[in-house]
Design a binder for this molecule. Structure first.
Ligand code: FES
Length: 87
């Protein structure tokens, strides 16, 4: 599990092992774009401000992964205890 912080709203969430960032945010009522929920379409891409994502998608190139600046929130998780998104 890891903590998720939304920079613009200041909201904080806990993402447990069996759930995704996208699920947690949709449950809170956020109107986010998504499509495949499988890490292949790129629709759910979000900007990462702090923390290191655990990239599990098939969209980003190796260079984009290393940049730690974007992530697919339908499948990717966190390598750091906390992630901050530009939401
Ligand atoms: Fe398709 Fe996340 S919804 S990559």
């Amino acid at each position: 599990a890891f903590d998720l912080v939304l920079a613009r709203s200041g909201k904080q969430f806990r993402v447990e092992p069996g759930e995704t960032i996208l699920e947690v945010l949709r449950r809170d009522g956020m109107n986010l774009e998504w499509s495949c929920c499988d890490g292949v379409c790129g629709t759910c891409e979000q900007v990462v401000l702090e923390g290191v994502p655990d990239h599990r998608d098939a969209v980003l190139s190796p260079e984009e992964r290393q940049a730690n600046s974007h992530m697919m929130i339908c499948v990717s998780r966190a390598l750091t205890p906390s992630l901050t998104l530009d939401l």
